[in-house]
Design a protein around this ligand. Structure first.
Ligand code: UDP
Length: 314
């Protein structure tokens, strides 16, 4: 019998972390979840606590991390990730991306574990190349309000490459584009939960700017599949994972109004500073290296997500 793999997931109580934990359990791994719960929610992983192959540490990874025993994989997903969260918690965002990543890499080195870090399309900033390929270096304002997240993630990529090159740690870097699905926080301020909660509570839909900025939304199960494919691959350079179907935020707002069956008005608010005007992943690398392709249409994904939000509000 092959030995059971042991995986550490930082940010395990978060939106993505909890879905990654579910998948790891399905793979038969022993899962060690870690979270300081500043943006994560223990309810996202409550169903895993009775399982013998799940354990949880309430821990801040910017402090030394101790894990007894062997470790095969680390998925480093701890970080505030929505613009209003990292604007509220700029220092924690910078610390988890820098000190937290350093601690995880130290742990990976000590255990001989393979580590995958959650990077982001934000490393491209307000992109001047469209769609974004991994070769594009980005257009980030380091001193703007989003700089705390963007630069933390860029540093995270740099230190991860350094551990790979200088210490021979096996590392993987995923650049995640806008993702949605059950377990997103209704109050996380992002477009989808904001629009849904506004529509369901009978409020106007707040579109920032003129709504012509674009995003490309990926359903969470597709993202999780891409991440595990990358983890198991032998490719150490960054790979974009996201759904390349691009829409404007105004179109997105109209879709949510239609889906929720409400007749809310769209109202326009000022565009936040440095809000990227366009975003679409070039996923040629994921297609060719990982054989990955998103499968869930926005129509299907939004239906499931709306049911989830309704259940939370019920
Ligand atoms: N947005 C909006 N109204 C809201 C929340 C967000 O128009 O209530 C816009 C936001 O300005 C951005 C897009 O929707 O252009 C996606 O924002 P989100 O916060 O979801 O993620 P981002 O891709 O900016 O990180």
């Amino acid at each position: 019998m092959t030995k059971q793999k042991r995986i550490l997931i930082t940010g395990a109580a978060g939106f993505l972390g909890s879905h990654l934990a579910d998948r790891a359990i399905k793979e038969g791994y022993h899962v060690i979840g870690m979270d300081n719960l500043i943006t994560g929610n223990i309810r996202n992983i409550e169903h895993l606590f009775p399982l013998p192959n799940f354990e949880f540490y309430h821990h801040d990874i910017t402090k030394f991390i101790h894990i007894p025993g062997e470790l095969d994989y680390i998925l480093h997903f701890a970080s505030p990730a929505s613009p209003i969260d990292y604007l509220k918690m700029p220092i924690q965002t910078l610390k988890v991306g820098s000190l937290g990543t350093h601690n995880c890499l130290g742990l990976a080195k000590a255990k001989g574990a393979r580590m995958l870090i959650a990077s982001t399309s934000e490393v491209y900033g307000d992109p001047l190349v469209h769609p974004q390929t991994e070769e594009y270096w980005g257009n980030v304002n380091p001193v703007g309000p989003r700089g705390v997240y963007d630069e933390a993630k860029r540093f995270q990529e740099a230190i991860t490459m350094a551990y790979h090159t200088f210490h021979g740690v096996e590392t993987r870097i995923v650049r995640i584009f806008n993702t949605y699905g059950p377990r997103m926080r209704l109050d996380d301020g992002r477009a989808l939960p904001a629009f849904v909660s506004q529509a369901l509570s009978g409020n106007d839909i707040t579109v920032f700017g003129d709504g012509s900025q674009t995003r490309s939304f990926c359903y969470v199960s597709d993202l999780v599949d891409g991440i595990y494919r990358l983890l198991w691959s032998d490719y150490h350079l960054p790979v974009n994972i996201g759904n390349p179907v691009e829409i404007t935020i105004k179109q997105f707002a109209d879709e949510i109004i239609k889906l929720t069956g409400t007749d809310q008005k769209v109202v326009y608010h000022p565009l936040p500073t440095d809000d990227p005007k366009q975003r679409q992943p070039d996923i040629t690398k994921a297609r060719t290296l990982l054989g990955w392709e998103p499968k869930v249409s926005r129509e299907e994904g939004l239906k499931v997500t709306l049911d989830y939000f309704k259940s939370v509000l019920a």
